[in-house]
Design a protein around this ligand. Structure first.
Ligand code: FMN
Length: 161
């Protein structure tokens, strides 16, 4: 027997990094949200996936656009993580960003950036899983932000001299 409380508890006890995923609407408005369902899928071709809740206001934009960017957050980007998880705020007016060559917003300060082209979308319960092919990448190799049980964490300093 599996119940949702146990499932939620086990998943909350699974530590992750944090990403912010961005795209443009057909009207060229930037949209984005905080995501920790991000994971690597394939090396050849280079594929990643993440899942978006069907209740997120920009779900239909992400489920239908062609390009998106995944920003792997650096350890000092906890505020950005919270900004992009807070409803009812104009997220992009509060940060520095610019459009990429593929016309998707790039936010500065990341430790890693993956520019993606949609490979496949999969209807998955109350979420849509989006699989992206990596067509551009930038690695700043700085320490990442960690997330566990609704708290932020850091990689011990000795790993990032
Ligand atoms: C650490 C963290 C990870 C999150 N991961 C996801 C995720 O993987 N998928 C998702 O749909 N929402 C995720 N969320 C929640 C969304 O960021 C949030 O529901 C969304 O920004 C709401 O956008 P809206 O105001 O446009 O509806 C996460 C939130 C936090 C704080």
């Amino acid at each position: 027997m599996a119940d949702q409380t146990t499932f939620r508890g086990i998943m909350g006890n699974y530590p992750t990094g944090v990403t912010v995923v961005t795209a443009n609407t057909p009207e060229e408005e930037p949209v984005g949200l905080t995501v920790n369902s991000f994971t690597s899928v394939s090396m050849d071709p280079m594929l990643i996936s993440w899942s978006i809740d069907k209740n997120v206001s920009t779900h239909d934009v992400f489920a239908s656009q062609e390009h998106f960017n995944v920003h792997v957050l650096a350890e000092d980007q906890g505020d950005l993580c919270m900004l992009f998880a807070t409803k009812g705020t104009d997220r992009f007016s509060k940060i520095e960003w610019a459009n990429s060559q593929y016309n998707a917003p790039i936010i500065n300060g990341y430790t890693g950036l993956l520019e993606c082209k949609v490979f496949k979308t999969v209807d998955a319960g109350d979420h849509t899983m989006i699989i992206g092919e990596v067509i551009g990448a930038d690695n700043n190799e700085t320490a990442p932000l960690l997330y566990h049980q609704r708290n932020f964490g850091r990689i011990p300093q000795e790993f990032y001299k």
